[in-house]
Design a protein around this ligand. Structure first.
Ligand code: BES
Ligand code: ZN
Length: 877
């Protein structure tokens, strides 16, 4: 685990494996003090390997305690193999044979949550990306695909449920009274998709009949107390299965599909073949304990992991540089699904906000890398927003360039060409090229070049000639290891909006919206027969992951907000307007001038609140000022206090000016119906709770309203929003204390609700935030061993409470640095995710800049830093 000089792995060094493993037979003898793993690998030399004399080198982590090795049943002496820290080498082998090893591992001592570990009373596994090597010796790389059989043996009382991938083919009792189950997975798979679970679990069962008429058994395994929280995940699963048949023609392949919920998990969930393992936070949902956002997250993650069965499992990655092949494509698929299940434009806006806030920041920071990276030290550090979200945007661009029908042909071709194979991103793009006849050569740069492209646009209307000209200029900033980038192929969807709000015809076909492909550094587009100077509506639907700048006047933005036929751009025009208002306020705050909000913004918000025809979910999004995180991303230098003050001031001004309309909106949206986590209700609640957020800035109104809402709420969405409002309001601190106590009493037994309770307090922007965090770390609801709790408390504090975390004394940084050192020894992945809060130190003014850097340097000076941290810290210093 610990590495003094971590090795860098390069894409250009890829070689096919020297050996293949046709069959993998595993026996897990699970005991309290250890697990004995016997593995029999039917191997043969890979005919495609250039090194036919190469020894067999199996991966195996240092905690794998080798007992013995046999070749075709013959025990090897200690001179027959060599064990190094991370591998087992066997020099002399027949070209095909069975290699059997027996090892001991200690799941109860495994705190990293990779490999085989314990979560409360369960045994479970997490093998992606390179966790299988911590279970037994193996060719732990995704291009080695094998047919797995696993026999699980354990005590029947403690572990009545024994699960692995595929089908249960045998079960029974051992001589000593313990029981066993044998699982066989008929589909070849890489080791990262292996899973096992053992424990005392209850299950909810359902079934699904596929398009071809096969009945699939669906099971969700949870602790008995959580049986009442499985319905939403089950419904989401069935919807996802149907949707993938209808949209991509993909049918499920095994006779059963299982989901297991575990409390201790580094990520959201994992797509192990036929046996998905989920963080409880990504599967359990119930109106009493779960917010609307969490309901939607469950739907999205269940679908995502299910979709991997084709995009990831049936067709997998050749190596980890191809990660976006499965993740980018699958995020794209789950986004399409969520758009279809809910509101497409709302989903699009949420995803773009996320991308712009977090992926753009990553792309501009020290860890910037392309969607297909060309090197890494620790692969776990590359499960990033770039690989996932930007990767999904790249697939979306391909879809838009090809159109619906051709894109579907392309995905069909990709799946049929490569079913059962481990392939590269190149294969995906080639399939899309083959069906469309398009040349995607330049387009491939999206996978290779890092950084966020910038597109500057200028316009010129010639009233005499009745022509309208748009000039585009693209560039991409230098990023680590990459300078002087080539121009991208950037699809810009656009329209021209007339004074009456209509889209003008753009060509002789009468198209009113077009996609222009920018391919050059500068490019001009001329529209003819344009009878009046229009307002350009650019990058509709966010047709490419770029920053686009056009010198809009406020009046033009207001015109787009009111009229643009593209819902995304109606919203985005409002964002551009709010952003420029915020920019001015931040400057005023920095210059110690008096702050003043432009009356134009107030008028726009007034108009929005008066227009009852607007969809509440959309209205809610339009009423959001850019978040502090987003303002940080857009700033050259991050002045935390000025940004916080400016934004609070703008919000208060809006609340004061529009008090009665806000109050009227709040009352109008009171829900009469029974709670349901459906788009229309979620939109109404989101709007009502945003309005409550504004009203909290009016001391005479807000606190009472939030207190009432807290006490009368019939669901967690409204309850948590009220609690959050009270906690963040200086004038409501008495109520806030009472509400926190009441919440704690009510939900003491509900782990996920208590995580929310921690998170709401962690993001409280009132003064002395760090003291509250330190006190909460002593609370019984917190444990540093549980990743969800670390994220809820430390993670939320460092990433979503800037005014406290970035306090000018640097105590926030010092605190984080101490936590990271502690987590270094416990859980490298969690530690590495937390450290991001320090890596963008160059964007902060003094004294923060130096203080952040000091904290990073202290971490860097640690001797036994895991390579996850070593990589990020060294790249950002
Ligand atoms: N394959 C990943 C889970 C994973 C990530 C395992 C990193 C090991 C290392 C899974 O499909 C995934 O992407 N999960 C996401 C949720 C998804 C909706 C984006 C997660 O866990 O956050
Ligand atoms: Zn995934």
């Amino acid at each position: 685990m610990k590495d003094v000089t971590p090795q860098t792995v390069y894409l250009k060094d890829y070689r096919v494996p020297d050996f293949l493993i046709d069959n993998t037979d595993l026996v897990f003898d699970l005991r309290e003090e250890h697990c004995r793993v016997t593995s029999s690998l039917r191997i043969r030399r890979n005919p495609d390997s250039a090194t036919q004399l190469a020894p067999l080198v199996l991966d195996g982590g240092c905690a794998v305690d080798l007992q013995w090795v046999e070749i075709d049943g013959r025990r090897l002496g200690s001179d027959g193999y060599a064990r190094s820290e991370n591998s087992l080498t066997i020099a002399e082998l027949p070209d095909s044979c069975v290699v059997t090893t027996e090892v001991l591992i200690k799941p109860h001592l495994n705190t990293s949550m990779m490999g085989l570990y314990r979560s409360r009373t369960l045994y479970c596994t997490q093998c992606e990306a390179e966790g299988f090597r911590d279970i037994t010796f193996y060719l732990d790389r995704p291009d080695v695909m094998s047919e797995f059989t696993a026999k699980l043996i354990a005590d029947r009382q403690r572990y009545p449920v024994l699960l692995s991938n595929g089908n249960a083919i045998d079960q029974g009792t051992m001589e000593d009274g313990r029981h066993f189950v044998v699982w066989h997975d008929p589909f070849k798979k890489p080791a990262y998709l292996f899973a096992l679970v053992a424990g005392d679990l209850s299950s909810v069962e359902d079934s699904f009949v596929t398009l071809s008429g096969r009945e699939i058994k669906l099971q969700i395994f949870v602790e008995e107390k959580d049986l009442n929280k499985c319905d939403h995940a089950m419904l989401s699963l069935k919807n996802a299965m149907r949707w993938d048949e209808q949209t991509y023609g993909r049918e499920y392949d095994l006779g059963r599909f299982m989901i297991v919920a575990v409390d201790d998990f580094n990520m959201g969930a994992m797509e192990n073949k036929g046996l998905n393992i989920f963080n409880t936070s990504a599967v359990l949902a119930n109106p009493d304990t779960t917010t609307d956002a969490a309901f939607q997250r469950v739907e999205g993650i269940v679908a995502h992991e299910y979709f991997h069965n084709w995009s990831g499992n049936r067709v997998t990655c050749r190596d980890w540089f191809q990660l976006s092949l499965k993740e980018g494509f699958t995020v794209y698929r789950d986004a399409q699904f969520s758009a279809d299940m809910n509101s497409a434009v709302v989903k699009r806006i949420e995803d773009v906000v996320y991308l712009r806030t977090h992926q753009f920041a990553e792309d501009a920071g020290p860890m910037s890398h392309p969607v297909q990276p060309d090197s890494y030290m620790e692969i776990n550090n590359f499960y990033t927003l770039t690989v996932y979200e930007k990767g999904a945007e790249v697939v979306a661009m391909i879809h838009n360039l090809l159109g619906d029908k051709t894109f579907r042909q392309g995905s069909d071709l990709y799946f049929s060409r490569h079913d059962g194979q481990a392939v590269t991103i190149e294969e995906f793009v080639s399939a899309m090229e083959a069906v469309s006849g398009l040349d995607l050569q330049q387009f491939r740069l999206w996978y290779k070049q890092s950084g966020t492209p910038v597109v500057e646009v200028q316009s010129n209307y010639d009233a005499q000639a009745k022509t309208y000209q748009l000039q585009f200029k693209q560039s991409c900033p230098d990023t680590p290891g990459q300078t002087h980038k080539k121009p991208f192929l950037i699809p810009i969807k656009l329209g021209l909006v007339a004074a009456d709000g209509q889209d003008l015809p753009l060509n002789s076909h009468g198209d009113r919206s077009l996609v222009i492909s920018l391919t050059e550094q500068t490019q001009t587009v001329l529209f003819e027969n344009i009878q009046q100077a229009p307002v350009p509506s650019l990058l509709r639907g966010f047709s490419a992951p770029v920053r686009l700048n056009y010198p809009y006047s406020s009046a033009q933005l207001a015109h787009l907000m009111a009229n643009d036929s593209d819902g995304f751009n109606r919203w985005d025009a409002g964002q551009t307007l709010s952003f420029s208002v915020m920019q001015r306020l931040i400057e005023e705050a920095l210059d110690q001038r008096e702050l003043e909000v432009s009356s134009q913004l107030i008028e726009v918000f007034d108009g929005l609140l008066s227009d009852h025809s607007l969809d509440p979910a959309m209205l809610n999004l339009m009423l959001q000022l850019p978040s502090e995180a987003q303002l940080h991303e857009r700033a050259d230098i991050i002045h935390v206090q000025a940004i916080h003050r400016a934004r609070q001031f703008a919000r208060r001004s809006i609340a004061q000016a529009l008090q009665s309309k806000l109050l009227e909106t709040y009352k109008r949206l009171t829900e009469q119906r029974d709670y349901a986590p459906v788009a229309d209700q979620i939109g109404r609640r989101a709007l009502r709770n945003s309005v409550l957020g504004y009203l909290m800035l009016l001391e005479e109104i807000g606190p009472e309203l939030a207190w009432q809402q807290f006490n009368s709420a019939t669901n967690m969405a409204d309850k948590a929003a009220a609690l959050n409002a009270l906690v963040n309001c200086a004038a409501a601190q008495d109520y806030a204390q009472q509400a926190l106590q009441a919440f704690e009493q009510q939900y003491a037994q509900e782990t996920l609700a208590m995580n929310l309770w921690l998170q709401i307090q962690a993001t409280n922007s009132q003064p002395n935030g760090l003291d509250r965090i330190k006190a909460l770390m002593e609370h019984s609801a917190f444990s540093i061993n549980n990743p969800n709790k670390v994220r809820s408390l430390m993670g939320a504090f460092c990433s979503s409470n800037p005014i406290n975390f970035h306090n000018p004394e640097g105590s926030g940084y010092q605190f984080l640095q101490q936590q990271i050192i502690q987590l270094n020894a416990l859980n490298p992945q969690v530690a590495a995710r937390l450290v991001t809060a320090l890596t963008r130190w160059k964007k902060f003014p003094e004294p923060n800049r130096q203080l952040m850097r000091d904290a990073l340097q202290l971490i860097a000076s640690k001797q036994d830093l895991v390579k996850d941290l070593r990589e990020i810290v060294s790249k950002s210093l």
